[in-house]
Design a protein around this ligand. Structure first.
Ligand SMILES: Cc1ncc(COP(=O)(O)O)c(C=O)c1O
Length: 448
């Protein structure tokens, strides 16, 4: 009797990119954006991050058009930490998104992509002088202040700006802790009372007074972000409701110009997950905004994961199959390019992408090549009996996969390709061993 929980075709397509398909001529091979994965593996090698560009753009429009229809005085910021690639910053701007960066590196990538500084917002709970100076020099739209020490830094840095901007006040938001404990993995909850991000509501008043009093600070309003991979939209509504208290209790009832309610919408990773649609999320946020925020306020949201997760998959090649009582299918990547399974316990689904039509008769341990038993990409993945050389697609890895990629065991960070309309283009090349050695002696000694 077959004990393996085989997904239905509908379930299969629900976790793959929107433009995934099996061509009638080659029903055994998965295509993404009209390009067979066999072709992608051949041309770019594996592991490979593959993004369905058409689906990605469609998902962005669900956010931009959906928010504009419901609350015209609004802005959707792409939380770029979820997929910090120069090609993605460019695509995001093309689609009308503004950009949220956390730190100098993401700011540099956004600027390199040609993003207009007037559409960049900078986050971070430990910004350095150098990063703040970089943001001020670039003339970014908004800095989201996390703490009183950051205000000390800004007080020193603002008057030191050169040129035309020296006398222009910098727009600032204050990050507050709303006291909403998001129902998600502990490492992804950021809005509870214990959070290291932002100031508790009780300490916000002093910071707001300071910003309001300073001639070079333009205090616009407040920011919150309760966490990531949140599947209950009522939690976002609850967070927004906490902001009505902020204006009345903290600033003597004076409404703020801007309310940024962060990101965090969760996505469907597994066949069993039930994730809210973008519309359901926007309905909940905007209903709460209508009830609790001033009608003429500017409303900002910062989705990351929910924009990029489903559009992206990671393509691996099987390097060994071991049957020791359990079946271990090992691939040529692992937690060096896919940290989330180990970091947050996130469950993913995998597909044997070059033999889609073979009977799914085994439940396997899909493992990576890093030296950790925790390098387990999927614990119990249903699939046909795999063989060396087969291609595995790990689904829904478009968010935080490339972000968290590292060089564990000397692994080289994979390349990224965008696919659509039957064509593919390289967005980031694979690292080389020369890249790996470039920051070490003797390379640095000989250049010094
Ligand atoms: C301040 C801020 N905004 C937005 C996001 C994006 O969250 P998500 O990718 O879950 O939408 C994050 C992620 O941690 C964040 O820290």
């Amino acid at each position: 009797m077959n004990q393996v929980p085989v997904p239905s075709l509908d379930e299969l397509w629900s976790i793959l990119p929107e433009e995934a398909s099996a061509d009638a001529a080659t029903p055994e091979v998965l295509s993404i954006g009209g390009v067979p994965v066999t072709e992608l593996a051949e041309r770019y090698g594996t592991p490979l991050y593959v993004y369905d560009e058409t689906g990605l753009r469609r998902q962005i429009r669900r956010f931009t058009e959906g928010l504009r229809e419901r609350w015209p005085n609004s802005e959707v910021l792409f939380a770029s930490k979820s997929f910090p690639a120069v090609g993605m910053y460019r695509l995001a701007q093309e689609e009308g998104l503004s950009i949220d960066v956390a730190g100098g590196g993401e700011l540099q990538m956004a600027l390199a992509a040609g993003v207009d500084p007037a559409r960049i917002h900078m986050h971070g709970n430990a910004k350095t002088d150098a990063e703040l100076a970089m943001a001020l020099d670039a003339g970014i739209d908004t800095i989201i202040v996390d703490n009183a020490d950051e205000l000390d830094r800004l007080e020193r840095l603002l008057p030191a700006r050169s040129g035309d901007r020296a006398a222009t006040p910098q727009q600032l938001l204050l990050r507050v802790i709303p006291g909403v404990a998001a129902k998600t993995h502990a490492s992804q909850a950021t809005g509870g009372d214990e959070s290291k991000f932002g100031l508790p509501l009780g300490q916000a008043a002093a910071a707001i007074e300071r910003m309001r009093a300073h001639p070079l600070m333009d205090f616009a309003g407040v920011h919150l972000h309760i966490g990531s991979q949140i599947l209950d939209v009522e939690q976002f509504a609850e967070a927004v409701s906490k902001l009505s208290g902020v204006t009345s209790d903290i600033s003597g009832g004076t409404p703020f110009r801007t309310y940024d309610v962060g990101g965090g919408l969760g996505v469907k990773y597994t066949y069993a997950d039930d994730a809210p649609a973008v519309d359901a999320y926007l309905d909940a946020v905007v209903a709460a905004a209508r009830e609790h925020l001033p009608a003429d306020a500017r409303l900002l949201i910062e989705p990351g994961r929910s924009i990029v997760a489903r559009a992206g998959v990671t393509l691996y090649r099987v390097t060994s199959v071991k049957r020791t009582g359990r079946t271990f299918v090992a691939v040529d990547g692992g937690l060096a390019d896919q940290m989330d399974a180990a970091l947050t316990g996130q469950r993913f689904e995998a597909v044997l992408a070059n033999r889609l039509d073979a009977p799914w008769s085994e439940s396997v341990q899909l493992v990576g090549r890093q030296c950790e038993s925790g390098d387990l990409l999927v614990d119990g993945a249903p699939m046909p009996p795999a063989e060396v050389g087969d291609l595995v697609v790990l689904a829904t890895t478009g968010a935080y996969g490339y972000t968290l990629a590292n060089n564990y065991n000397g692994a080289l960070k994979p390349a990224i390709v965008f696919v659509g309309d039957g064509a593919s283009r390289l967005i980031a090349r694979r690292e080389t061993y020369a890249d790996l050695l470039a920051t070490h002696e003797p390379a640095i000694v000989s250049r010094a």
